[in-house]
Design a protein around this ligand. Sequence first.
Ligand code: RTP
Length: 150
Amino acid sequence: MSTTERTYIMVKPDGVQRGLVGKIITRFEERGYKIVALKFVQPTEEHLEKHYADLRNKPFFPGLIKYMASGPVVAIVFEGLDAVKTGRAMLGATNPLASPIGSIRGDFCLAVGRNIIHGSDSVESANKEIALWFPEGITEWKSVFENWIY
Ligand code: RTP
């Protein structure tokens, strides 16, 4: 665990359509995570098939790709202590109905097929996803608040 651990977070098309981008970013910033990459992008089906390659044999895969390609997403890399595991806890469970109140999915959505946000499930996946979504690299910077957070 390090203070520079990174996770890939993505506001899905329904999160963008419902105007939840600001609230989602605020939760991570208020917790103490630092944005090191961010962009608004309309993903292609081909790109999404790479992102969700591990799920290609699941029955819901075609529907998942159509949903994820249905509009723009916000791709973000957050950096901070235990970013991957804590980020997943902040998201809640895959099924919003099984997500605790206070988690992003537990507070803002209902259906597994419209669960508004993605978060990396391991440091290894985070590294792969960051390379896939930000091939141009990310911006290194030092926050003046870091001494107050750590
Ligand atoms: P994500 O990758 O999007 O953060 O979600 P996750 O790890 O919590 O869940 P995963 O099993 O990787 O599934 C990826 C996304 O596929 C959709 N899904 N639909 N039964 C279904 O219809 C079903 N199961 C999963 C969800 O959008 C899920 O987030």
